[in-house]
Design a protein around this ligand. Structure first.
Ligand code: N01
Length: 540
């Protein structure tokens, strides 16, 4: 950049065109801020743009998986209880049209880094095309899964067939019919791909490290007339309101009862209602309040879940791999997936499961994958191996703090944020749906909605008071980290080798990455910082 170059300025730059930035965009422009969104993809949708693998579908149910603004939901009705990827992309088109956001968004614009100028109190943002933009407030809304993870399997580059990672699936789709396929990974993405392609594949070999304790989705088509009636009767608003008061921003919450308070017969009935009749995440987030805290309570849940799954698999080897007698981690301490026919699909003879704990991948050859069982020859390898989750999104950017060093440097001894929304040394920068917030423990749109509401109030106050520099304090950051750990340590979550605590990336520090204290307490903590006149912030 030369001194003569003209640099455009905007009040707020949002990075990423997903739920977070769209929620904020409308609120901030109503406050009179000029706002731009830079999106590295060719269209909006965030995670739904990139992760367009077969079977991609959200695990939150209608109506709470959308922006809570009436202007948007009054004339868009989802077709299914759990919306699929293509419908979610149509929904993002609807937002764009309804809110006339195209003037604000630049696509194919990849933010590389940013530097704060202490004289002007502005960020200078640099993009990979060599362009710059100056902004007063810099807000990455890039979620917790924008840095994919590929394990370093030896020989991966030698494979002569096709390799696809679920997180960068080709936008034009892939024909997998009658192909011999190897899939590594059985997280949320992996389960969805398997149940979608399993029937079509000639052979499918699943390389599984940890079984996914899947829950039935009970997917159904929604009746458009009934949805319209619900909207008129105020039911949508009621549902959105409920999400403010529940632990994870869904419409239901933990029962105010412990597992062993019920007789075995009553417990069976209750479990049956949650798991089989109501389905979805209720068996996880709408169950007895001690399930995620007490091992004995957890064992009861696992036993019931296991029995329900065993009935759906005929092959004893697959039974042992998918629902083992001795669970590798307590129930619900890794994210369960919602499935549709998953267990029936994998029970078919042309689908094999290799346990990579016993038979690790030795090498990827030009024609397949080698373990001590021999080589599995395939045409296609699917990597459903997840993300450098939660912190990887922000840490990959070259955002320079005012004392020198990037966010990755700031986190070299462990993740540190103030209330999961800001970081000391990075003034005038906030982030949504990232580390140390309810993020992966919540319904995404609830989390971004409440964070955006806080930021809108905060920036309204800041504007009215002509404040130009805001920085989270180190004291508040230390206090937040202490509270994060306190909430985490009383749960069973530390017992799972999960990405919730960074344990999926070899060598990464294992630590709580998501706020385990529940949505209401999180939102109250944000609100307190405004009510107490910038408590936790240094202002100028
Ligand atoms: O990623 P994951 P994901 N050798 O990290 C395995 C959201 N999301 O893309 O469990 C062999 O969960 C790894 O094994 P293990 C959602 O929040 C939502 O599936 O670590 N295997 C695991 O099985 C979700 O939870 C939706 O032992 C290896 C898999 O790869 C989150 O994103 C859809 C391995 C990775 O699973 C992430 O989901 C999609 C190795 N070296 C995503 N390394 C919906 O709402 C990793 N694995 C539906």
């Amino acid at each position: 950049m030369s001194s003569e170059d003209h640099i455009d300025h905007v009040d707020v730059l949002l990075v990423g065109a997903g739920f977070g930035s769209f929620t904020l965009l409308n609120k901030l422009r109503k406050l009179g801020y000029s706002v731009k969104i830079y999106e590295k993809g060719a269209a909006s949708g965030g995670i739904w743009y990139w992760n367009c693998y077969p079977g991609a579908r959200v695990d939150s149910d209608t109506p709470i998986y959308q922006l809570f603004d009436k202007e948007l939901w009054e004339d868009f009705t989802f077709k299914e209880r759990y919306a699929g990827g293509p419908e979610l992309r149509r929904y993002f088109n609807h937002i764009e049209k309804k809110w006339h956001v195209s003037d604000h968004i630049t696509y194919n614009k990849h933010v590389d880094g940013a530097t704060f100028d202490e004289t002007s109190h502005k960020w200078m943002v640099e993009c990979s095309d060599g362009s710059y933009l100056s902004c007063s407030w810099f807000i990455p809304c890039i979620g917790f899964a924008s840095r994919r993870y590929t394990p370093p399997f030896p020989g991966l580059g030698n494979f002569r067939g096709d390799i696809y990672h679920t997180a960068v699936w080709p936008q034009h789709g892939v024909n997998l019919k009658n192909k011999r396929i190897a899939q590594i990974g059985t997280g949320a993405s992996g389960i969805q791909v398997i149940q979608e392609i399993g029937d079509k594949a000639k052979e499918l070999t699943i390389f599984q490290r940890t079984p996914n304790y899947c829950l039935p989705m009970n997917q159904r088509l929604l009746d458009p007339e009934e949805e319209e009636r619900k909207k008129k009767e105020g039911k949508y608003e009621e549902e959105f309101e409920k999400t403010r008061h529940t632990f994870s921003g869904f419409t239901y919450d933990f029962l105010q009862k412990n597992t062993l308070d019920d007789s075995p017969e009553d417990r069976e009935k209750f479990y049956h209602k949650l798991l089989i009749e109501e389905a979805g995440f209720k068996f996880w987030l709408g169950t007895y309040k001690d399930m995620l805290f007490d091992q004995k309570a957890n064992d009861e849940a696992y036993k019931f879940w296991r029995n329900s799954v065993l009935k759906r698999i005929s092959d004893p080897e697959k039974q042992a791999l998918l629902a083992p007698e001795n669970p590798p981690h307590p129930w619900g301490t890794k994210r369960p997936s919602l499935e549709q026919r998953f267990y029936e699909v994998v029970d078919q003879p042309h689908i094999k499961i290799i346990d990579v704990n016993k038979h690790p991948v030795q090498e990827v050859t030009s024609t397949g994958i080698k373990t001590d069982l021999g080589e599995t020859e395939v045409d296609v390898i699917i990597l459903a191996t997840g993300f450098d989750s939660v912190t990887g999104s922000l840490a990959q950017l070259n955002i320079q703090g005012v004392k020198g060093g990037t966010i990755a440097d700031h986190w070299k001894d462990g993740t540190k944020t103030s209330m999961g929304i800001a970081i000391p040394e990075f003034p005038n920068m906030f982030f949504l749906y990232g580390p140390q917030a309810p993020t992966a423990f919540s319904n995404g749109p609830s989390c971004t909605q409440f964070q955006a509401e806080f930021l809108a109030k905060f920036l309204e106050k800041v504007k009215a008071e002509k404040i130009t520099r805001v920085e989270a304090t180190e004291e508040y950051e230390a206090d937040w980290c202490r509270r994060m750990q306190e909430k985490w340590d009383i749960t069973l979550f530390p017992l799972a080798k999960s990405w919730y605590q960074g344990a999926n990336i070899p060598g990464r520090k294992v630590e709580p990455l998501n706020w385990a204290g529940g949505m209401p307490e999180y939102v109250a903590s944000l609100a307190k910082s405004i009510e107490n006149n910038y408590e936790g912030w240094r202002i100028a």
